[in-house]
Write a protein that binds this ligand. Structure first.
Ligand code: PBG
Length: 325
């Protein structure tokens, strides 16, 4: 048989495959989400995220040192707030001495070069478990935005390098940018969760922070997973309002959206390989149904191939271990 083109030639050996490989993962690709708890010397495994922990701040600081030594350069902080501090205003979110603010300081003191990003949304502080303030059963937009601005400024004051609003309120990026400017935090960035979908795959995360909504769901602010054009609209508006990085979340059911956002936006694009996506791999691997390490690399590579410049993932350490093998 005569063939003008034989595509298998560039797949013949490991050497040629690696030479023509288009997508390579590196430690520079990852943002490591960290769950922080009150207390000392405590480490709590999250039931629906086997192998992932909610740690007290002292343990977290040691973890951050280890991450830095592995070549990981960015962490994304989430805290679990005590029930008695939760209310409908979410005011604990901008407490100067709150767990988040103490965590930012302690981490920047211990590893100043580590790029510290912080989650900005009211859900861990809300007695309703919603990302915003509730009035008459509605999540009110404009008052929530004011709260998010205070929260962002308090993170910047504590030393955060970048705030990451994950709430999906309208107009919050512009308002946060203005708040940061007016308070002279001109070097504090914003990574906007721009296209954040209402997803069932957040379940394990809500276990981690005990932040599940007390009533209803998040569909009046997070996006409908049937929609595509809306993701572009949200992203371009956030860029206009001052986002330094835009995010698509979740990642795996939204690889098409990551690509479209990448093609449309002129800022770096991140994707969040979320808790449910982690849990699915862990569960299948535990049953012996898939090879965990291979699944991790295939999934992370697919997210990067889709167009993500950065990937927030609970698999960051595993990926480094596998890459170094
Ligand atoms: C809260 C927030 C959520 C996640 C990040 N920030 C959950 C939600 O919106 O309910 C999910 C992360 C994950 O599932 O890994 N604003």
């Amino acid at each position: 048989m005569y063939l003008q083109r034989r595509n298998r030639i560039t797949r013949q050996s490991e050497a040629i495959r690696s030479l023509v490989s288009e997508t390579k993962l590196s430690p520079n690709d990852f943002i490591v989400p960290l769950f922080i708890d009150e207390g000392t010397n405590s480490k709590t495994e999250i039931a629906s995220m086997p192998g992932y922990y909610r740690n007290s701040l002292d343990v977290t600081v040691n973890e951050v040192k280890e991450l830095w030594s592995m070549g990981l350069k960015s962490v994304l902080l989430f805290v679990k707030s005590k029930d008695e501090l939760k209310d409908n205003t979410g005011k604990e979110a901008w407490n100067k001495d709150g767990l988040m603010q103490r965590s930012i300081k302690a981490i920047k003191d211990a590893v100043p070069e580590m790029y510290v990003m912080t989650d900005v949304a009211l859900d861990p502080y809300s007695s309703y478990g919603h990302d915003g303030i509730v009035k008459d059963g509605q999540i009110v937009n404009d008052e929530t935005v004011e709260a998010l601005v205070k929260m962002s400024i308090s993170h910047a004051e504590a030393g955060a390098d970048m705030v990451a609003p994950s709430d999906m309120m309208d107009g919050r990026i512009g308002a946060i940018r203005k708040g940061l400017e007016e308070n002279n935090f001109i070097n504090t960035g914003i990574m906007s969760y721009s296209a954040k979908y209402a997803s069932c795959f957040y379940g394990p995360f809500r276990d981690a922070l005990d932040s599940a909504p007390g009533f209803g769901d998040k569909k009046t602010y997070q996006m409908d997973y049937a929609n595509r054009i809306e993701a572009i609209k949200e992203t371009l508006m956030d860029v206009e309002e001052g986002a330094d990085i835009v995010m698509v979340k979740p990642a795996l059911s939204y690889l098409d959206i990551i690509r479209e956002v990448k093609n449309a936006a002129n800022v770096p694009v991140s994707a969040y390989n979320i808790s449910g996506e982690y849990a699915m791999i862990k569960a299948a691997a535990e049953k012996g149904w898939i090879n965990e390490d291979k699944a991790i690399m295939e999934v992370l590579t697919s997210i990067k191939r889709a167009g993500a410049d950065l990937i927030a993932t609970y698999f960051a350490k595993d990926a480094i271990r596998i890459l170094n093998h």
